[in-house]
Design a protein around this ligand. Structure first.
Ligand SMILES: [Zn+2]
Length: 142
């Protein structure tokens, strides 16, 4: 059985979560993704930025994105595969935060089997983890 798990409508492509060369688990394209297309979203627990900052100090493995100066989303309990998206200093996708949602868009065509990566940026709390993306120009930390 290799059938893809059923996916919600906001998940536009088949993705696979598997071990990543970059860090822990990553999310990989299970079908070709065209450049500039929306890949999907992650949805999680809506919390205040104050609460997000407290949580970020308690865990070094936390996935929080700040939506605004007041609101954040904690993805730690989300079942959406894109929660496993790793950071790369040369990413093939980007995060877009709009209308309280965290969406992912391809920066270029992504082939089957390629890991999907984004540049986390300042709104993303990952603790003080070293970056292991291995790309030229790697800034060395998240
Ligand atoms: Zn890097």
């Amino acid at each position: 059985m290799t059938g893809a798990a059923p996916r919600p409508a906001y998940q536009k492509y088949n993705l696979k979560v598997q071990p990543s060369r970059i860090d822990g688990l990553g999310v990989f394209a299970a079908q070709a993704i065209a450049g500039a297309r929306k890949i999907g979203e992650i949805r999680g627990e809506s919390i205040s930025v104050d609460e997000a900052r407290i949580r970020a100090t308690r865990s070094e493995r936390i996935m929080i994105v700040e939506l605004s100066p007041r609101r954040a989303i904690d993805f730690s309990k989300s079942a959406d595969p894109m929660r496993y998206t790793n950071h790369s200093c040369q990413p093939n996708a980007r995060l877009s935060i709009a209308n309280g949602r965290v969406e992912f868009y391809a920066l270029r065509a992504i082939a089957v089997g390629e890991e999907i990566t984004v540049r986390y940026g300042e709104t993303h709390h990952q603790g003080q983890l070293p970056c292991r993306c291995g790309m030229a120009g790697c800034i060395g930390k998240l």
